[in-house]
Design a protein around this ligand. Structure first.
Ligand SMILES: *[C@@H]1O[C@H](CO)[C@@H](O)[C@H](O)[C@H]1NC(C)=O
Ligand SMILES: [Ca+2]
Length: 330
């Protein structure tokens, strides 16, 4: 800990931009260079300091392209310095775009994992990973109605025992999720992952408003120190450009004293979403959201009839009472 603190110059946030962008902005949060990736990416040579690349990843002056808009490719970037900071926030400026109007995929993922540079089938990274994944899934693999639209952002914590199920879009292993229309925007799109005292919060800035909007918050997430940050993406039958413009890592200024040892156990999520059945969920939200025009019409008619019947019954009862009370007076 001490070695890093001395080695790394803590650079305070000077950019005014972040005063408006960071919702929980605290001037004592520090950008930590050893987990940060910004332009210009290349140092003196062709390599990018602190970050390694696998697969089809391509570095240009303006972005790091994990995949281009071609089928069946994958790529990733991995930070090569393990993270020893306990409370942090990661800001990823990304761009997902392509020629597909209705068919595109598959999306990308942000990782905080024990292993790095492992290629595989989960958005380009290995399945049964150990750590945290934030999926920005652009394609719904599930054929049949979903309870949500895509693109969809979700989180998963794994100790190596769970498998990400593509056919379900990870629904059964997700901690939480939210819909996010971040694709094919002609302005900057950002996602923020905040990990603070075992609380995981994911926010996004995808509406060109320059402010964070909460996607979800999950409590009781245990992540050890010493893992690596990475971003990966994959295309399959469907494709897209998955570009990373920057990754910025902030050490959060917190009240906690460092006298308790940092967590070193396996990643764990105390409150996982119950495995969900989509059909039930559709029923659950039947009255709220999934009504087609015709059904809505009938529901309204039924409500009107209901109100009329209640009114008539009420009126009759009222009249009878009046009669009764009149009778009593006589
Ligand atoms: C790993 O995670 C699974 C599923 O969440 C859990 O059932 C299991 O007990 C965990 N294993 C360890 C060693 O913590
Ligand atoms: Ca998917």
């Amino acid at each position: 800990m001490a070695a890093y603190t001395i080695l790394v110059r803590r650079i305070p946030l000077l950019l005014l931009f972040y005063f408006s962008l960071a919702e929980d902005f605290n001037p004592l949060d520090y950008l930590r260079r050893e987990h940060t990736l910004t332009k210009p990416y290349q140092g003196s040579g062709l390599s990018v300091p602190l970050w390694d690349f696998v697969g089809n990843t391509l570095v240009t002056n303006s972005h790091i392209r994990l995949t281009s808009d071609h089928q069946s490719i994958k790529g990733a970037i991995w930070n090569n310095v393990p993270c020893i900071v306990r409370n942090w926030e990661l800001h990823v400026n990304f761009k997902v775009h392509g020629s597909g109007k209705t068919l595109f995929g598959d999306g990308f993922a942000i990782w905080y994992t024990k292993d790095r540079m492992q290629m595989g089938n989960v958005f380009g990274n290995s399945d049964q990973f150990v750590g945290l994944a934030i999926f920005l899934d652009t394609y719904s693999n599930h054929n049949g109605p979903h309870n949500h639209q895509h693109p969809y952002i979700s989180a998963m914590v794994n100790n190596g025992s769970l498998a990400y199920d593509h056919d379900d879009d990870g629904t059964h292993t997700q901690l939480a999720g939210c819909e996010a229309q971040f694709r094919n925007k002609n302005y900057d799109t950002h996602v923020a992952v905040r990990y603070h005292n075992t609380e995981l919060k994911v926010s996004m800035d995808i509406d060109n408003k320059n402010e964070w909007k909460e996607c979800f918050t999950v409590k009781g997430v245990l992540l050890p120190v010493g893992y690596y940050f990475g971003v990966s993406a994959a295309t399959g039958e469907l494709a897209d450009n998955h570009d990373i413009i920057s990754v910025k890592f902030y050490e959060l200024d917190t009240d906690d004293t460092n006298d308790t040892p940092p967590y070193t156990g396996l990643p764990e999520a105390k409150y996982m979403e119950e495995p969900r059945d989509r059909v039930d969920e559709n029923k659950g939200s039947y009255l709220l959201g999934n009504l087609s025009g015709i059904k809505l019409f009938f529901v309204i008619i039924l409500i009107i009839i209901g109100v009329c019947v209640c009114g008539v019954v009420g009126f009759v009862v009222f009249q009878k009472r009046q009669e009764n009370s009149r009778k009593r007076f006589y």
